[in-house]
Write a protein that binds this ligand. Structure first.
Ligand SMILES: Cc1cc2nc3c(=O)[nH]c(=O)nc-3n(C[C@H](O)[C@H](O)[C@H](O)COP(=O)(O)OP(=O)(O)OC[C@H]3O[C@@H](n4cnc5c(N)ncnc54)[C@H](O)[C@@H]3O)c2cc1C
Length: 379
């Protein structure tokens, strides 16, 4: 029987809107005007900028104050993240830690783990990667083969993680590993570990160049890599529940539809106040889609604020949002002004080269559509 997905309309509260001008002023003061900017959360690694955000209380905003967090609402966090992305600020370094590693540590970590990691993340000093995908295991995450054997005082890990964004720069990685042989229940026997990317023996991190020539993601190889008991996250065997609980955070935010946004900004600047009719029509249509996606995404922020775990709603926002951010450079390429400045051209080139990955990272289109269909009771 088909079920409805409900996106209740949510208006950002006054205290959240009040932050908008503050973030805009900070970005205007901090970043040079002629910078080639990207709204892609995955490009722009700048630890100094992350520390500056941390000192303003803009990392770990929703976390409890006892761990250095801001104790603020998901709506306030929403405004800060959307303003940073819209401005094309370099947020990559702290993004994963702020978005999902911190919340997972808060939910499943021991008191020692929380007290150690969270204040460092909040200060913009400690960055995390996600170690889910493997060479033969991306969409079918339960089939991961990286394994850990119990030894005195910890675990010995062997296997390979792939496409691990930022692992060559970040400090830690939360990793999904098989700790018991696979049986009838494929979701049993998996566990999450915190891997020290800087100080572990038997760990090799090899950057992989993407289509744009950047080295952002990696292959991470474990060869008899010892991981101490203190770095088991949550309970052994509970990894599947834990990893899926991250997905509401991973998939719902404004980063899932804003990745190409700077190109729209540069187009509006390039056409000025005399756009050709097809340019005006395209800008209007793209802006209309953007407004709708934003409403849906803010509605999901409202669900997170009410302690729900909106995995299916987040999948829907990501699927529609990824379509939008992939379509945007294609539409703009066809109506680009013949004479345009260097910044517009470079932003177009950069966005075209990165856009194919938007609907792969964080779960592919087919996988998300399958989840949405299941959520609607259609399969
Ligand atoms: C820029 C970028 C950054 C990334 N960063 C990270 C990261 O930091 N950490 C991490 O763990 N991973 C990361 N990934 C990996 C990403 O999550 C995977 O690429 C993705 O989950 C798909 O897995 P795969 O590449 O193994 O493809 P496959 O799972 O082999 O899929 C190949 C194709 O088959 C389709 N397909 C697979 N199964 C089904 C099915 N059941 N029904 C219908 N179609 C199906 C898929 O949709 C896809 O089109 C990143 C990827 C990119 C592009």
């Amino acid at each position: 029987m088909a079920q409805a997905l409900t996106f209740d309309p949510v208006r950002l509260p006054h205290e959240a809107e009040a932050l908008r001008a503050e973030v805009r002023a900070f970005v205007a003061d901090t970043l040079p005007d002629d910078l080639l900017r990207s709204s892609d959360f995955g490009s722009g690694h700048d630890p100094e900028f992350s520390r500056a955000l941390g000192s303003r209380g803009w990392i770990g905003m929703t976390w409890p104050q006892q761990y250095g967090g801001g104790g603020r609402s998901f709506f306030e966090r929403y405004v800060v993240t959307e303003e940073l992305l819209a401005a094309g600020a370099p947020v990559e370094a702290h993004w994963i830690a702020d978005r999902q590693s911190g919340p997972v540590l808060l939910r499943y970590g021991t008191e020692e783990q929380r007290a150690f990691f969270l204040p460092r993340i909040v200060r913009g000093e400690c960055f995390f990667s996600i170690g889910m995908s493997e060479p033969d295991s991306g969409s079918d995450l339960a089939s991961v083969r990286t394994s850990a054997q119990r030894v005195q005082g910890g675990w010995v890990v062997n296997g390979t993680k792939l496409w691990t964004s930022g692992a060559h720069r970040n400090h830690y990685m939360i990793t999904l590993i098989r700790t018991e042989p696979q049986g009838d229940n494929r979701h049993a026997g998996l566990s999450q570990f915190i891997i020290d990317l800087k100080g572990s023996e038997g760990l090799t991190v090899r950057p992989i160049a993407n289509m744009a020539g950047d080295e952002d993601f990696n292959e991470v190889v474990f060869e008899d890599c010892f991981v101490p008991d203190e770095h088991l996250l949550g309970s052994a065997g509970n990894g599947w529940e834990q990893v899926t609980s991250e997905l509401g955070y991973e998939r719902s935010g404004p980063e899932r539809f804003l990745s190409s946004f700077r190109l729209l900004v540069e187009l509006v600047r390039a056409v000025g106040d005399a756009p050709e009719p097809e340019q005006a029509a395209a800008i209007g249509r793209l802006a209309g889609h953007l407004v709708t996606l934003r409403k849906m995404s803010i509605s999901v922020a409202g669900m997170l604020q009410s302690n729900h775990n909106p995995v299916v709603e987040a999948a829907l926002v990501k699927e529609l949002g990824n379509n939008f951010e992939k379509e945007l450079p294609e539409v703009i390429r066809l109506i680009a002004p013949e004479r345009s400045g260097r910044l517009f051209r470079r932003t177009l080139e950069d966005t075209l080269l990165h856009a194919p990955s938007f609907s792969l990272r964080g779960g592919t289109r087919e996988i998300l559509r399958g989840m949405i269909a299941r959520g609607l009771g259609l399969r």
